[in-house]
Design a protein around this ligand. Structure first.
Ligand code: 13P
Length: 250
């Protein structure tokens, strides 16, 4: 049985004071018997303060991005060693906003994933089709391309450090959620693909989060789907009430 995994991606939001206040509310109100692993993903500059606020709580903390080089003349970038130094346990790679706003390719996403795994950090690999791709019937082809580029050739041990987040681009920040059937179908497709690339056992252990306008009032139905193992939450993760409501749906 896969334990649910709910992560809040705060994106480019929150001052340090707002981030600390949100973290403190989560620590104070997260039920001891929560049925999920919970993580927050603050902006880089708030990480040190949020980490302090989360000390002693079961809430994990991750980075929204990382660079694949170890150190050197890469102005503005952050290395895996820096993430570890700051006490982080994982990072997102391939978020749709990085792919489609910043222009990251599958190859760049893969280099980032490899760098994280080489430094024994966990990864949430984000995948998802754009609206025009879904409308053209290309959803599965896009997912297959992104998943193959993202994880083909990892060892089974490396794969245990990877979570996949299926985030249809058209559902992110739009208030349009995938239906439970659309989410389940994409997740099932993903799991079967991973089974073919690795093994059925490895695929059954893989956690696949859904992301895209997850709210307290739709989380329960999405999380009830057999292949939906958690949520990657944007907007609704910025308020303790709504994020805790999503966790309660697990
Ligand atoms: P929203 O929940 O705001 O749609 O964002 C989803 C997301 O991109 C999480 O990474």
């Amino acid at each position: 049985m896969r334990r649910a995994y709910i992560a809040g991606n705060w994106k480019m939001n929150c001052t340090i004071a707002e981030a600390v206040s949100l973290a403190e509310q989560l620590v104070a109100r997260l039920p001891g018997d929560a049925n999920a692993d919970v993580a927050v993903i603050p902006p880089f500059l708030a990480i040190a303060a949020v980490r302090k606020a989360l000390a002693g709580s079961p809430i994990a903390i991750g980075a929204q991005d990382v660079y694949f080089e170890k150190n050197g003349a890469f102005t503005g970038e952050i290395s895996t060693a820096m993430l570890k130094d700051a006490g982080l346990s994982f990072a997102l790679v391939g978020h749709s906003e990085r792919r489609h706003v910043i222009g990251e390719t599958d190859a760049i996403v893969r280099r980032k994933l490899d760098a994280l795994l080489a430094d024994e950090l966990d990864v949430i690999l984000c995948i998802g089709e754009k609206l025009e791709e879904r409308e053209a019937g290309q959803t599965e082809a896009v997912l297959e391309r992104q998943i193959t580029a993202g994880i083909m050739g990892l060892t089974a041990a490396q794969l245990t450090r990877v979570t996949i987040a299926y985030e249809p681009v058209w559902a992110i920040g739009t208030g349009k959620t995938a239906t439970t059937e659309q989410a389940q179908s994409a997740h099932r497709f993903t799991r079967n693909l991973v089974a073919g690339m690795f093994s059925r056992e490895a695929a059954e252990q893989l956690r696949i989060q859904y992301g895209g306008s997850v709210k307290a009032d739709n989380a329960k139905d999405l999380l009830a789907q057999p292949d939906v193992d958690g949520a990657l939450v944007g907007g609704a993760a910025l308020k303790a009430d709504s994020f805790l409501g999503i966790i309660a749906g697990a």
